[in-house]
Design a protein around this ligand. Structure first.
Ligand SMILES: Cc1cc2nc3c(=O)[nH]c(=O)nc-3n(C[C@H](O)[C@H](O)[C@H](O)COP(=O)(O)OP(=O)(O)OC[C@H]3O[C@@H](n4cnc5c(N)ncnc54)[C@H](O)[C@@H]3O)c2cc1C
Length: 474
């Protein structure tokens, strides 16, 4: 006999678990099914983000940055450190503890919000007038039935053709977060967000890191001025970044040999101890039995949805990495909330124009809205204003003056079109720009707001002032 719910959510990543909580808050009977397990078989809700993505990467980025500060920055503050060393096993244990706290936090939230959690794989069995049948298999074995289904099954790392992940020598994001010893030479294929973050972790811990990227342009999605600054800084830090390469054969024996053609057309060979492959992610629909249910999936494997996350099947919704749009945890969460609202007849709202992007390297990079090159291509009439952290008192006191804030505003209306930051705490500073853009603010609105002194946020105000050529501290 099937257990009956109003909504079954398949997947408890940031999209699924947030959708489940919101739907339950709105008074629905909700089940959430997720198959991720800890090494000892316990449920590990939170998806890629919690288990092998956002959270563990930020834990290691913080640990490795602390080490780098102790090794290179403390002396300038008059702090002498003797006998400094890395206890990698402890660093990895701490990262695992942070992940576990997040897994447990989600299980607690499910209980608190009366979401029934099933640990196992969810797959469609069929549908009738009442809704859909979902079979749970694995750790739990159950049959569920619900009027609404939310597919939130996320994504998997994309492998290089002919170089399957073994997570010993050829690493996906999971392997890259669990290398048992600091490699002497580490190769990274793909200079995107994940490649740069993981490359930074292992470089800080002592690895020589070589990054190979197929595209000719570095960080093509970022504002060109920010990307140029980032390339300069990362190269100075010691990341060897080669753009415009064509990766050929990859051979993994005791170490990894990568044959490639460089941007000048010359054949090259790179030998590294381990290789991280971070060339994008593919939507995960395997195991859903989507075909049997008639769920439409496009040629790249994404579940096809409309602007409201409706699939081709009535009352079946899909959100997060498994559908179009940026593969970001906060985008998945926003879609989860919006779908829960829509199921209960309310209005759900997700604005892709104000989704912030962050790269947690040092300096951090964050942006929202359009880049200067996009505005040029669109023929927009705009004004730009920048302010360097070098001229910000708090940044000087922190000892971190790299980078700048850049505002782009409509020339006629002064409405903010994009904000781009490279520098300390960019991930936190960008929130002000997101709020401003959500409220349709002008650059002058930010320029007129009182910002605490001394704070990095004053660079936001100054960059907004710079749009009208009236910075105060430059
Ligand atoms: C190294 C790394 C760092 C990242 N850092 C960031 C960051 O800093 N900020 C950011 O915004 N994004 C980051 N991301 C991206 C982010 O992790 C994803 O965008 C986000 O996890 C997508 O959420 P989701 O809910 O759609 O899917 P997922 O998090 O992938 O969750 C899907 C869940 O569904 C489960 N599942 C799949 N199929 C089934 C099934 N049939 N039955 C039961 N369960 C199933 C999976 O086990 C999984 O738990 C990072 C990604 C990586 C790899």
């Amino acid at each position: 006999m099937a257990k009956i719910f109003d909504v079954v959510v398949i997947g408890a990543g940031p999209g699924g678990y947030i959708a489940a909580i919101r739907a339950a808050q709105l008074g629905l009977q909700v089940a959430c099914v997720d198959e991720w397990s800890t090494k000892d078989g316990k449920p590990a809700p939170g998806g890629t983000c919690t288990n092998v993505g956002c959270i563990p990467s930020k834990a290691l980025l913080q640990s490795s940055e602390n080490y780098e500060h102790a090794a290179h920055a403390f002396a300038d503050h008059g702090i002498q450190v003797k006998g400094l060393s890395v206890d990698l096993a402890q660093m990895l244990r701490r990262k695992d503890r942070v992940v576990r706290q997040n897994n447990d936090g989600i299980l607690y939230l499910f209980k608190k919000n009366k979401v029934t959690f099933f640990h196992g794989r969810g797959s469609f069995t069929g549908s009738d007038a009442g809704g859909y049948g979902i079979k749970v298999s694995g750790a739990s074995e159950d049959m569920l039935a619900a009027k609404h289904v939310i597919v939130a099954t996320g994504s998997d790392p994309r492998a290089l053709p002919g170089a399957a992940f073994d997570n010993d020598l050829i690493l996906d994001n999971d392997g890259a977060l669990a290398v048992p010893e600091v490699p002497k030479r580490l190769g990274v294929i793909g200079a995107g967000v994940i490649g740069l973050e993981m490359g930074s972790v292992w470089r800080r811990l002592g690895a020589e890191v070589i990054v190979l990227e197929a595209l000719p342009v570095f960080l093509g999605a970022a504002d060109e001025q920010v990307a140029r600054e980032a390339l300069k800084v990362f190269t100075k830090q010691g990341l060897a970044i080669h753009m415009g390469v064509q990766v050929g054969k990859v051979t993994a024996r005791k170490n990894v040999t990568v044959e490639y053609v460089d941007s000048a057309g010359a054949a090259q060979t790179l030998v590294v101890d381990r290789l991280i492959v971070s060339i994008g992610r593919v939507p995960r629909t395997e195991g859903l039995n989507a075909a049997a249910a008639g769920l439409k999936v496009d040629e790249r494997g994404f579940v096809v949805v409309d602007g409201d996350c409706r699939t081709n099947l009535p009352n079946v919704w899909a959100i997060g990495d498994v559908v179009r749009g940026p593969m970001l945890a906060h985008k998945a969460e926003e879609e989860g909330v919006a779908v829960a609202e829509r199921i209960t007849g309310r209005h759900g709202h997700v604005d892709f124009n104000t989704v912030p992007w962050v790269i947690y390297t040092s300096p951090e990079i964050a942006w929202v809205g359009r880049t200067e090159q996009q505005l040029k291509a669109e023929g927009m009439n705009y004004r730009a204003g920048s302010f360097p952290f070098m001229a910000n008192g708090r940044a000087r006191a922190l000892g971190d003056t790299t980078g700048f804030v850049k505002f782009l505003a409509d020339r006629d209306t002064d409405r903010i079109l994009g904000v781009h930051i490279i520098g300390p705490m960019a991930s936190e500073l960008i929130a002000e720009a997101v709020v401003a853009m959500e409220f349709g603010a002008a650059a002058e609105d930010i320029a007129l707001i009182c910002h605490a002194h001394p704070s990095l946020s004053e660079a936001m105000k100054e960059a907004a002032l710079a749009v009208d050529n009236r910075t105060l501290n430059l």
